[in-house]
Design a protein around this ligand. Structure first.
Ligand SMILES: [Zn+2]
Length: 274
């Protein structure tokens, strides 16, 4: 199995000549465009396109915030008719769902085939077994983590979850994991529809991410969702989150490494015990 980080939360996974993509992002400026002037000079992440276009068997979306659900990127990556696997809509009124509206609209307008996968449910496509795992979104929007299994290797993508208590159940049911892709930027968020704002991070911080990777039984951990967006007063991540994750992983029973956007790593198939 080959795993390629596309920058931000985007990941491309290949096995047996087939591929799936998770949270691919193409239009980095669209994410905070609704903020107008407030986001004009913001820092944005470096992203690259998947190595294959028009061939992925499925697009996995952890949640429908615009930095994780880019309809145009999914259309470019997916084979014709391939599904977009996603969590359920949020329910409630328009104000509750303000951070989901852009992606919901764009996914529907693109005519993508959307399939809701509930936590713990499995979807099989080609050589891949894809399982939605519980996650907790920092803004209370529906979010899942994705487990992708192929060739005896297991990769978990944690989206931009905050800390929660499902790590042990995830490990007990599906672990250990060959690779955990963990968010680490610990962004403090002040959005207009989530007031009063919480002072706590809306994504794992490096120390929480390292702890989660240990509980999950990661063999290797790679930080994602760092070195990207900064919007003063609205979206404020910590600095050097990737390096801080490597420091937090020191002395723990898993390896950790940083990838450059576009860099890939090969996971050797796990040999079954005789
Ligand atoms: Zn995010």
């Amino acid at each position: 199995m080959n795993v390629r980080w596309l920058g931000w939360a985007g990941v491309e996974i290949e096995a047996q000549g087939a591929s799936v993509v998770i949270d691919p992002l193409e239009d980095v400026r669209a994410v905070f465009a609704p903020l107008g002037e407030a986001a004009a000079g913001m820092a944005v992440p470096t992203v690259v396109a998947p190595s294959r276009t028009g061939g992925a068997l499925a697009g996995l979306v952890t949640h429908l915030h615009r930095d994780h659900a880019d309809a145009a990127a999914l259309v470019a990556a997916l084979a014709a008719g391939a599904p977009v696997l996603r969590p359920a809509p949020g329910g409630g009124g328009d104000l509750e769902n303000l951070a989901l509206a852009a992606a919901e609209h764009e996914l529907a307008a693109a005519g993508l085939q959307q399939v809701v996968i509930e936590p713990w449910a499995v979807h099989e496509v080609g050589p891949f077994a894809i399982t939605a795992l519980p996650a907790a979104d920092g803004l209370g929007d529906p979010q899942v983590s994705w487990l992708v299994e192929a060739d005896g290797a297991r990769v978990v993508h944690l989206g931009d979850t905050i800390n929660h208590g499902y790590w042990w159940r995830m490990a007990l049911r599906h672990g250990p994991f060959d690779l955990v892709l963990a968010p680490v930027n610990a962004a403090r968020i002040r959005f207009p529809h989530r007031r009063p704002a919480s002072p706590l991070p809306a994504a794992l911080d490096p120390e929480q991410a390292a702890m989660a990777c240990e509980i999950l039984g990661a063999r290797l951990a790679v930080p994602i969702h760092h070195d990207g967006y900064v919007v003063d007063g609205i979206y404020e991540p910590i600095a050097d989150a990737g390096e801080r994750f490597l420091a937090a992983a020191e002395g723990r029973p898993f390896a950790a490494r940083l990838l450059r956007a576009g860099e890939s790593l090969e996971l050797a198939p796990v040999v079954a015990a005789a």
